[in-house]
Write a protein that binds this ligand. Structure first.
Ligand code: ADP
Ligand code: MG
Length: 403
């Protein structure tokens, strides 16, 4: 589904208005340290645009999952607010350690044009007095209404949660008069549409990673759109097993075997599976042993092998559109990052091709390998881009006003 009919931030007059922006500050975060600030950086164009146009900016985001009061101690957005301030050359970002109530309302009331307030992690609303209530994640009607009451305009600039119907996106959008997509989400939607709705051919999809059950559904829709689907990573072994191969102790989802078989039958030669693997006896960064197609009982496949790299490279060589979701192996282990690196390199080499990566781990791998500028687009939303590719409606985007 395309979303080209959605209002953009630039269609609205924001001067002097209270603008609530749902941003995606869900960064890798441990011991109060931000592992990677790409998502914060990705939200800067919208924030700067609003500041330069005299909006009163109210930022909302989640950070991680909140399942207990204990979780709240390690997932405050305070540090993220500090980083945002640094990225804005020291501009003040007023952090409010609350998600609703008098402190929030006072901070919003005191906002002057161009100023920024950041509220606490929206998912703190998922736990009240130790009880898992999921007001944010289940879109409790009172919460969306309350947040909407803080502003005049709602902007969705959090692509990473656009496939979810939460209070901080759908809840606010359905309780406010004016809403629009932010600049990041606008770009995401445009790029996905370009890649998937009007692809130049040959059009090749590469799927990998570990989450077979999350990703297998995308194949159904992709089979109707692409010329080839290359499957690598942990995902491949459920398919190899379905094709009758021995996969040893490789990652395997038994309850997806039937579905995998059905896709293989339907796809004919459209689905391309690995023909060799780099394998190990244990899940560790050991020196790999290589096997062609069948893996002995005491080994697990942790990466595509060199022959598969060659095979995939041949399929990719003439591609004009490539979408990639999921690494080709356990790229956290140097010995098993080879396939992911090779595929990233091959895509980087393509001339005049549209290349799009969706998927948190694959995007992070491509960036850490130094290929950030070599792709046409690196999506900030793995699940959201996948659901888009599946042909599903993204509620966070659908709920925003049309032009
Ligand atoms: P993405 O975030 O790009 O959508 P996933 O989250 O589905 O990708 O998968 C990423 C994970 O898949 C990585 O942690 C990687 O180690 C794991 N993985 C890839 N190949 C294998 C494999 N052969 N066996 C086990 N895990 C794998
Ligand atoms: Mg992932």
């Amino acid at each position: 589904m395309e979303f080209t009919n959605k209002r953009s931030l630039k269609d609205l007059k924001v001067e002097g208005k209270r603008v609530i922006v749902r941003v995606d500050f869900n960064v890798p975060f441990k011991d109060n340290i931000i592992g990677d600030d790409n998502r914060i950086k990705a939200s800067l164009p919208t924030i700067k645009y609003l500041a330069n146009h005299g909006a009163k900016i109210i930022l909302l985001s989640h950070l991680g999952r909140i399942k207990s009061e204990e979780d709240k101690k390690t997932k405050s957005l305070r540090v993220v607010g500090q980083r945002l301030s640094e990225l804005l050359d020291g501009k003040v970002v007023r952090f409010v350690a609350a998600t609703r109530g008098p402190l929030v309302e006072k901070a919003v009331q005191e906002l002057k044009p161009g100023e920024i307030v950041l509220l606490e992690n929206t998912r703190f609303e998922d736990v009240k007095n130790g009880e898992l209530v999921k007001y944010e994640s289940k879109n409790h009607p009172e919460l969306g209404k309350y947040w909407a009451s803080l502003g005049d305009i709602f902007i969705n600039d959090a692509f990473g949660t656009s496939h979810r119907s939460h209070a901080s996106n759908v809840g606010i959008a359905s309780n406010i008069k004016n809403s629009a997509l932010g600049l990041l989400v606008g770009n995401e939607v445009e790029m996905l549409a370009k890649g998937i709705e009007k692809p130049q051919r040959p059009f090749v999809a590469i799927l990998g990673g570990a989450k077979v059950s999350d990703k297998i559904g995308v194949i159904d829709n992709l089979l109707n759109k692409v010329d080839k689907i290359l499957i690598g990573g942990g995902m491949a072994y459920t398919f190899l097993k379905a094709a009758g191969h021995n996969i040893g102790t490789s990652l395997f989802e038994a309850d997806k075997l039937k579905e995998a078989k059905a896709y293989l039958e339907k796809a004919g030669d459209k689905i391309v599976l690995p023909i060799d693997s780099a394998a190990s006896r244990t899940f560790a960064n050991t020196k790999p042993t290589y096997f062609e197609t069948d893996i002995p009982d005491d080994h697990m496949g942790l990466d595509i092998g060199p022959k598969t790299v060659e095979l995939f490279n041949r399929e990719l060589k003439n591609a004009k559109t490539v979408i990639w979701n999921g690494p080709m192996g356990v790229n956290e282990f140097s010995h098993y990052a080879v396939g992911t690196k090779a595929v990233a390199q091959q895509l980087a080499n393509l001339k005049n091709a549209f290349t799009l990566i969706g998927g948190g781990d694959s995007a992070a791998a491509a960036i850490s390998l130094g290929f950030k500028d070599k792709f046409s687009w690196i999506s900030t939303g793995g699940g959201a881009s996948l659901e888009y590719m599946e042909g599903k409606i993204l509620p966070g985007i659908a709920s925003v006003q049309n032009k």
